[in-house]
Design a protein around this ligand. Structure first.
Ligand code: PMP
Length: 396
């Protein structure tokens, strides 16, 4: 099918929940995507921080091909070797002791919310159920996840929402301290907010939050769905801060492009769940975990974090150079290869013009250009992207 046929068929039959862009990639390799007409795009969106190893990383492709012919799916009634092995890797490289596997970020956050409430009820009694989250946070699109999400635009029209959520300004310890009450059981945060436009937490804030949690017997939940798994230059974003959560969630890059998610917890918290308390049919299935094993092994052992730090620093420097040249750039921020460029104007037009010239980026929160390329990009990829962006900015 050509691009226009794909668009027509999709517009006719697929629910209109996405404001689509007129591009239909059909093939990908590394940091490049191609459409049906053979047009090439440099992909600095990477499925919104999913394709951290680039498109079709050979290790992931090989692992999936081998597994798909051996065993696609088996129920969680049985033991699953790949699931156990992937859990081991995640535990060995984080502060968690146990892993629950699911299929997406929203589902991982649902699991975290359920576990936090179950734990708090066992630990402190039935009055503890409230979860405090940050304004402008994003935690996914299921009902509890939109309720945890501190942006009313995602909640509007879906009321009544589940009870027991409260929102405080991000990076404001005073406000958080005031919000904690007799019903509070957990605080849930993204160490680096993604959808709000790449906003890292400050060191003082996260360590202050940890202290408040310890003081009040609350759980600290980190949503690492977007910022985790190498994106910021460390395996997990919280590792920049010397602060450890009690529960954290993963998805996006976990399967190297294959849909999968996970919710992880410290032993004592994880033990609030017993057999029958939570489940997902496909969670941790042999194929998803084969992809996950290959993706995580590569992320941890193939120089991916080092490359992310090195090329991320180079990219950030180049973006700062642009900020020095153009008044419409207000700020450049971010960690590793999770970078944002805040503009004084909406960024949609710039995103479109970049795409016309073969560079895919996107815009978060209307005015922030977001760069979340594969972590395997080269300085030459950065040069090419910056040249295109520079050309577009010149025309503004
Ligand atoms: N949490 C964060 C921080 C996210 O960025 C996202 C997706 N953008 C989600 C949760 C939801 O993930 P999913 O779309 O896989 O449900």
């Amino acid at each position: 099918m050509n691009t226009s046929e794909i668009m027509q068929l999709s517009d006719k039959y697929v629910m209109h929940t996405y404001g689509r862009i007129g591009l239909a990639p059909v093939r990908g390799r590394g940091a490049l995507l191609w459409d049906a007409e053979g047009r090439e795009y440099l992909d600095f969106v990477a499925g919104i921080a999913v394709n951290s190893l680039g498109h079709c990383h050979p290790a992931v492709v090989q692992a999936v091909q081998e597994q798909v012919a051996r065993l696609l799916h088996v129920s969680n009634l049985y033991y699953i070797e790949n699931q156990a092995r992937l859990a081991e890797i995640l535990v060995q490289n984080s502060c968690a002791d146990r892993v629950f596997f699911c299929n997406s970020g929203a589902e991982a956050n649902e699991g975290a919310i359920k576990l936090a409430r179950k734990w708090a009820k066992k630990q402190h009694g039935p009055q503890r159920y409230e979860i405090i989250t940050a304004e402008n946070s994003f935690h996914g699109r299921t009902l509890a996840a939109i309720t945890a999400t501190g942006q009313p635009k995602y909640q509007k029209g879906y009321e009544p929402l589940p009870e027991g959520f409260k929102y405080v300004p991000f990076n404001d310890l005073e406000a958080l301290s005031r919000a904690i009450g007799p019903h509070t059981c957990a605080i849930m945060l993204e160490p680096v907010q993604g959808e709000s436009g790449v906003r890292p937490a400050t060191r003082e804030y996260l360590s202050g939050v940890r202290e408040l949690c310890d003081k009040h017997g609350l759980l600290l939940i980190f949503d690492e769905v977007q910022c985790g798994l190498g994106r910021t230059g460390k395996f997990l974003a919280y590792q920049h801060y010397d602060v450890e959560p009690d529960i954290f969630t993963l998805a996006k890059a976990l399967g190297g492009g294959f849909p999968t998610g996970a919710m992880l917890a410290r032993e004592e918290v994880a033990n609030a769940f017993g057999p029958g308390d939570h489940a997902a049919t496909f969670g941790g299935n042999p194929l998803a975990c084969a992809a996950g094993l290959a993706a995580m092994w590569t992320t941890l052992n193939d120089g991916v974090l080092e490359n992310c730090n090195r090329v991320g620093a180079y990219f950030k420097e180049k973006l700062h150079d642009l900020a020095g040249q153009y008044d419409l750039i207000k700020e450049v921020r971010g960690l590793g290869l999770m970078l944002g460029m805040e503009l004084t104007v909406p960024g949609g037009d710039i995103v479109n013009r970049c795409r016309e010239r073969g560079l895919l980026i996107n815009c978060a929160n209307n005015t922030v250009l977001r760069f979340v390329p594969p972590l395997i990009i080269t300085p030459e990829d950065v040069d090419r992207a910056v040249e295109i962006l520079d050309g577009v900015l010149q025309e503004q």
